[in-house]
Write a protein that binds this ligand. Structure first.
Ligand SMILES: [Zn+2]
Length: 318
């Protein structure tokens, strides 16, 4: 069963937002933070948490966000726009959240050109920080559906050999500043926003979902024991590489940082234009080691809720 209705917390997040203008725009506004995400479920989760009831996103043709049509880059197939966006303020920080209609793994060159154009060329960057966010599969046994991995380390996985040697380190300080009552804003979210009795947690404890031994879902932002924090790989569902990814798990564990290749492409764009302050925030929607082929379908939206909280925590700390 696909969940589309996880309850979200928006009170106390210090977010102000105006209803988006639905007239198409040719460029994104400048801001302190840019969030780029990809799927409908991810955008839905961001719109619910960051939109404070004034933004909604279901599909390309059913949403209340601002369409983006950039000049000089061909449109994605089956989409009239390059993406959709809305603006908000978190504390005193300006934020633009954008759904990109190109899928980097499939429209590589177009996506890289779009991201470079959006962020701006060297010396004239339009944002202080860029967050790429979305669903992912989890490599390590300690990571389970519903967890979130925050990392500044980019490298391609093993499904795109020509690209696999990219190494890029983004924002220097992933943790950022901290609130008075927690070690980091990520810890604050773990303690206060991700709750045992949320749909996110309860539904993830159903058969084929999060294992009971994994406890409450959490944001991971640093290495723990022998586990490296940059530990996500491509989702294995609806992916031609499913068996390949499963067979590659042991190799991934020796590679250190490898992450969802959509983010690796985004990181490559950042590297090309000399933009350092990039971070990847990936919520674990499925596990290559799982035999449950419906994990992604069922938990994509639920895990995206936790991903959006992690994005909020990053913004609060930077
Ligand atoms: Zn749910």
């Amino acid at each position: 069963m696909k969940c589309t209705a996880c309850p979200v917390v928006t009170s106390g997040l210090n977010i102000t937002v105006n209803k988006p203008d639905t007239a198409p725009k040719t460029e994104l506004p400048k801001a302190d933070f840019l969030i780029i995400t990809w799927t409908d479920a991810e955008t839905d989760a961001l719109a619910k948490i960051f939109g404070s009831g004034k933004c909604s996103y279901k599909t390309l043709t059913s949403n209340t966000l601002t369409p983006l049509k950039v000049v000089g880059i061909p449109l994605p197939e089956s989409a009239n726009y390059h993406g959709f966006f809305f603006q908000c303020t978190i504390a005193t920080k300006s934020v633009v959240a954008c759904k990109c209609n190109f899928h980097p793994k499939m429209q590589t060159t177009e996506t890289e050109n779009l991201i470079k154009k959006i962020i701006g060329t060297a010396g004239t960057h339009n944002y202080k920080y860029v967050i790429t966010s979305g669903t992912a599969g989890g490599i390590w046994d300690s990571i389970d559906v519903g967890d979130v991995v925050v990392t500044n380390a980019a490298r391609f996985g093993l499904t795109l050999p020509a690209k696999k040697n990219l190494r890029f380190t983004g924002v220097a300080n992933v943790k950022g500043s901290k609130p008075d009552n927690a070690a980091t804003w990520f810890d604050y979210v773990n303690a206060n926003l991700i709750k045992d009795n949320d749909c996110v947690a309860q539904n993830l404890f159903t058969a084929g979902g999060r294992a009971t031994i994994s406890g409450k879902p959490k944001i991971l932002y640093q290495s723990s024991g022998s586990n490296i924090d940059a530990v996500v790989t491509n989702s294995h569902i609806n992916n031609d590489h499913i068996d390949e990814e499963k067979s590659n798990l042991s190799i991934y564990k020796t590679m250190g940082a490898s992450l969802d290749e959509n983010d690796a492409f985004a990181a490559e764009s950042c590297k090309a234009i000399g933009f350092a302050n990039w971070v990847s925030i990936r919520n674990i929607s499925d596990l290559p080691r799982s035999s449950n082929a419906n994990q992604y379908t069922t938990y994509e939206y639920c895990s995206s809720i936790n991903g959006a909280y992690a994005v909020w925590a990053f913004i609060m700390g930077h």
